[in-house]
Ligand binder design. Sequence first.
Ligand code: GRF
Length: 203
Amino acid sequence: LKLGVLISGRGSNLQALIQACNTPGFPAEIAVVISNRPNAPGLNFAAEAGLPVVTIDHKDFETRPAFEDELHASLQAHGVQLVCLAGFMRLLGNDFVNRWRDRMINIHPSLLPAYKGLHTHERALEDGVRITGCTVHFVRPEMDDGPIIMQAAVPVLPQDTPPLLAARVLEAEHRIYPAAVRMVAEGKIRVSAGRVQLAAPVT
Ligand code: GRF
């Protein structure tokens, strides 16, 4: 399965996907890495791996649809079959999301539907929850919403600070993002009635 990975920043989840795709037998490959920020540090991981890199700076476009048309065209041009949002910090409009419906996934650093949006770890610590985690889900027009593919639970420890907790959750992100991509790529799941279901076994 050909992946298009969209990033805006650090790119540690991109790096996890690169490593997974370099594992013999992994059923996906990265066809293109696209950043909306020209200086995203994560672009270095892509360059080191020799992957095609495209920068589409949203500031170069007058409207969101114009930016998203360019994004779409670039994904198409690279033969992308599954879009992986990996710290991509632009909200995507309905038209774009619907064009990639059930073919675009995101990773979010909380156990959705809890803690949508930003500052998830600060809010979890503020609430005193004892377990948090991360979620890979299909993307829907509402932010951090959509059928859940995979989650990992991560304990909140007594001395945690937002950075400590973020680092622990990030390790789990790096495990489940490739695992979720594998499930999609192997055709193990389908979306039905708004939920991810196991695909009927092939007999
Ligand atoms: C991750 O915590 C991810 O869950 C969130 O943004 C962060 C991106 O980190 N959506 P990185 O750029 O993959 O290192």
